[in-house]
Design a protein around this ligand. Structure first.
Ligand SMILES: Cc1ncc(COP(=O)(O)O)c(C=O)c1O
Length: 383
């Protein structure tokens, strides 16, 4: 039996997504920029995707830019804004952002002279709203906060955050740009671009059963970005390069599927089932609180090295990870787990289990049993 519990790292492409993409490899393969009918057909398909997504998120088609994923969307949002300003200003983010947010911000600081405030989080991975309000200064121009964290699933309070940004923008008579990395939120919790007055929002396709190398940046028409890639002027000049039409078709279909189901309720049930079983294992501590997004359960087993546990589980067909996919192969202490107050030893004994709606109760029961057996065995072997 195989149970894949690393869905926050990536997901397999859904059959419906694969079928939607199929005609765009060989039949409708035109370049959307070509003047003949194959090009027009491709351009129409591209526009249809943009219109559908715009309608789904309640925004304008001209505010959507297809990218190669969440990483590029985050880079375009942050560097595209920062490099477009005449003078450096102040930027606020959190200590638990994805590297594709933290690194471009570090670049703005190092190469362009921006000042950065990185907000700490509490044990649940949440920023303190008073600290956040205090951190906003007259020279603050940009705020980047993820909606759902990719290692522990912490969900920031976007209603309050948005109210604070609006109030401070008014107080300082200065438009503050709000960027949200929502890569782990899509298909799990609602994304309210307009209600939360989000100016820039990043999404990734391969976390929601879409193809890898696909993503989207929403950029409000009020915000001007400097492109990172120059060339033929595709994507309204924001991202040159021939469009990845099969990928965009797949991304759009994956979004449609992710948004139409009540994934939150189903994932919550699966999480509760899993957590209730894990809690029966001695010295098991759940790092993700119950208010976290339901698809991510970060858990630790005292005295057990996560690396060892992961390999034991793999042998029984259960796939989990140590944290963010991009850092799992380079074992270092997770900045997120340290930020929520775990010691290095505790962080090193933590695994991330990430769920999807494709899992059944039987899968969860099998995985929980395998985890229990593995933990028992490792404790017997290593004492
Ligand atoms: C929160 C978050 N942001 C951004 C990304 C990057 O997305 P992509 O893999 O599509 O570049 C990820 C993926 O791991 C993520 O979890």
């Amino acid at each position: 039996m195989q149970v894949y519990l690393d869905n926050s790292a990536t997901t397999p492409v859904d059959n419906g997504v694969r079928e939607a993409m199929e005609p765009f490899w060989q039949e409708h393969f035109g370049n959307p920029s070509s003047p003949h009918h194959l090009g027009v057909e491709a351009e129409n398909a591209l526009s249809q995707c943009r219109r559908f997504l715009a309608q789904s998120f309640g925004v304008k088609p001209s505010e959507l830019f297809f990218t190669s994923g969440g990483t590029e969307a985050n880079n375009l949002a942050i560097l595209g804004f920062g490099r477009n300003q005449r003078t450096p200003a102040h930027i606020i983010t959190t200590s638990i952002e994805h590297p594709s947010v933290l690194h471009p911000i570090a670049n703005l600081a190092a190469d362009y002279g921006w000042q950065v405030t990185k907000l700490d989080v509490d044990q649940q991975g949440l920023i303190d709203l008073d600290d956040f309000a205090q951190a906003i200064r007259p020279e603050t121009r940009f705020i980047s906060i993820m909606l759902v964290n990719n290692e522990i699933g912490a969900v920031q309070d976007f209603s309050q955050i948005s109210n604070i940004i609006t109030a401070k923008s008014q107080l300082f008579n200065n438009k503050i740009i709000f960027h949200a990395d929502a890569c782990q939120a899509l298909g799990v919790i609602p994304i309210n671009i307009l209600k939360h007055k989000i100016d820039l929002l990043s999404l990734s396709g391969h976390k929601i059963f879409g193809p890898k190398g696909t993503g989207l940046l929403y950029c409000s028409e009020q915000v001007k970005l400097k492109p990172l890639v120059f060339g033929g002027g595709q994507e309204n000049g924001m991202r040159s390069g021939t469009e990845n039409l099969p990928g965009i078709i797949g991304f759009t279909k994956a979004c449609q599927l992710a948004l139409q189901n009540n994934n939150l309720a189903m994932l919550t049930k699966l999480r509760e089932r899993l957590v209730s079983k894990l809690k029966l294992i001695p010295k098991c501590y759940i790092n993700s609180t119950k208010d976290c997004a339901p698809h991510i359960v970060n858990v630790r087993f005292s005295g057990i090295k996560a690396e060892v546990l992961i390999h034991f589980l793999e042998q029984k067909g259960v796939y989990v990870s140590m944290g963010a996919a991009c850092s799992s192969k380079r074992p270092s202490v997770s900045h997120v787990l340290q930020a929520i107050g775990l010691t290095k030893e505790e962080a090193a004994s933590s695994i991330r289990i990430s769920l999807s709606t494709k899992l059944s109760d039987t899968d969860i029961d099998y995985a929980a049993e395998v985890i229990k057996t593995a933990v028992d065995e490792i404790r017997t072997i290593y004492g």
